[in-house]
Design a protein around this ligand. Structure first.
Ligand SMILES: [Zn+2]
Length: 470
């Protein structure tokens, strides 16, 4: 038995088990899981081009970040990470696959938009999928489209067949917000192809009125949270879950940050609705709305907003109990100069938080090490469930035949989350001052080392588009 790579003496952690084993990797796949030390046994005839010692480390399936925004056009220019810097930072943090988005213009088809977006992804160093955004394309009011055309909805099947099996819809943001009637029509079409809808659930109409109201002092970034109260998020999640239940569509509620909203998903599961899922993000697990009250509060503008401590505590409980399924980052990086557009008026600050590199480390530090998650929960939440929910059928597991996407995670390595220590193209860190004990040492993607001893060593442009299906 001759393999490309043997990973020896590590503690393999999967979503349901922890055991010592040696892993054999060949032709980009996991070829064998061997009893410890058998790979060094000459008698068994096991040999490899390279043997990598993982003593003292966890050997886990590569993390999957199913919600990032690289090179996305916004009112303040593009998000700061392109496909090279973004996927490099991701890899340094133990991510071996991610999912970004396709946004569409009213005068192009969804397939044309997909082709165009794929044309921007050449520099990706890890594999990636794309979510298709379904946004209004007709009946403009003041130049902003308000309705989703029947033609658009009819295109959903073509896009699914092209490997873009998940669809994003916004219930907030002028220009992106879909009305309930269109949301529901799209969900019926998504149910028909057995795709997945990912929903940004906030009541956008109420938010827009509050943001323009006299009680909203734009100098105070904390008003970002006050104009997006938890009951607003709760209402929209309830409406989205109702639409999912009635249409039968599989629905993932994106970036849940408050207990009331998470409970709606938990209750749906208790009622047996196993096609409804919930995502939260590191910012809701590690930060609170206190960050918005600081002088640099504009940096922490994201939607839904950061919440009080009680909601943060609830998010951890909801993850451990499986009421919430996964943690993605919603990485949406802006430089200080871009964020400074909101210095005097938080409504002008581009919304979004960085985090593509720090999720696995933060969940280990604040989840596993603080006793809120088991090691197996950690792997389930960061890797195995994201792969299952988003249709990455070759990823997310340490199992024979799966892609050899592996992280060798050193639980003793210390990492300061300063901008200097991180690799995103931004000049600040949302987690500055925090230290993680435990960090990815080596990252292997389809059998290739992309990070070795915490140093990037990926060959350029090696990432591939993952055609997903269910
Ligand atoms: Zn997002």
């Amino acid at each position: 038995m001759n393999f490309d790579l043997l990973i020896t003496h590590g503690t393999v952690v999967t979503a349901d088990a922890t055991f010592t084993a040696d892993l054999a990797i060949d032709a980009g796949k996991i070829a064998a899981i061997l009893p410890p030390n058998s790979s060094s046994s000459v008698a068994l005839g096991v040999a490899a081009r390279e043997t990598r010692d993982a003593s003292g480390c966890y050997v886990i399936p590569g993390a999957i970040d199913a919600h990032v925004h690289l090179n996305m056009p916004t009112g303040v220019g593009y998000t700061a990470d392109d496909w090279c810097t973004g996927t490099s930072a991701a890899a340094m943090g133990g991510v071996t696959a991610l999912i970004d988005f396709v946004e569409t213009e009213p005068d192009e088809s969804l397939l044309q938009a997909l082709e165009k977006r794929l044309g921007e992804t050449h520099d990706a160093i890890i594999d990636f999928g794309l979510h298709m955004t379904i946004q209004p394309d007709e009946h403009p009011v003041n130049g902003i489209p308000r309705r989703v055309s029947a033609k658009r909805i009819a295109e959903i099947k073509q896009v699914y067949d092209a490997g873009c099996a998940t669809f994003k819809m916004y219930m907030a943001y002028p220009g992106f917000q879909v009305q309930d009637m269109d949301l529901f029509r799209a969900l019926r079409a998504i149910a028909e192809v057995n795709g997945l809808a990912c929903i940004h659930a906030e009541n956008g109409d109420v938010i827009e009125v509050l943001r323009q109201s006299e009680i909203c002092d734009p100098a105070l970034a904390l008003n970002h949270a006050r104009t997006r109260p938890t009951i607003n998020e709760h209402e929209a999640v309830t409406r989205a879950v109702m639409c999912a239940e009635v249409s039968g569509a599989r629905v993932l509620i994106f970036h849940i940050g408050c207990e009331h909203a998470a409970r709606v998903v938990a209750d749906a599961k208790l009622r047996g609705l196993s096609h409804i899922y919930g995502e939260t993000c590191p910012q809701y697990l590690v930060l609170t709305e206190d960050a918005l009250a600081r002088p640099d509060g504009r940096l922490y503008v994201c939607a839904p907003p950061l919440r009080p401590q009680a909601d943060q505590d609830a998010m951890w409980r909801m993850l451990a109990s499986r009421a919430l399924d996964i943690v993605s980052t919603d990485h949406c990086p802006f430089t200080l100069a871009q964020k400074d557009k909101g210095s005097a008026d938080f409504r002008q600050a581009p919304g979004g938080m960085p985090g593509i590199e720090t999720r696995l480390g933060l969940l280990h530090e604040y989840g596993v090490r603080r006793g809120r998650l088991s090691l197996n929960d950690w792997v389930r939440i960061c890797s195995t469930r994201p792969a299952e929910i988003h249709g990455m059928n070759q990823k997310g597991r340490v199992a024979v035949g799966y892609d050899a996407d592996i992280v060798i995670f050193d639980p003793k390595a210390r990492k300061n989350l300063t901008p200097r220590e991180l690799h995103s193209a931004i000049d600040w860190s949302a987690y500055n001052g925090l230290t993680c004990t435990g960090w990815p040492r080596d990252v292997i993607a389809r059998g290739d080392f992309v990070v070795r001893d915490q140093r990037l060593c990926a060959s350029p442009a090696r990432g591939r588009f993952i055609r997903r299906s269910f």
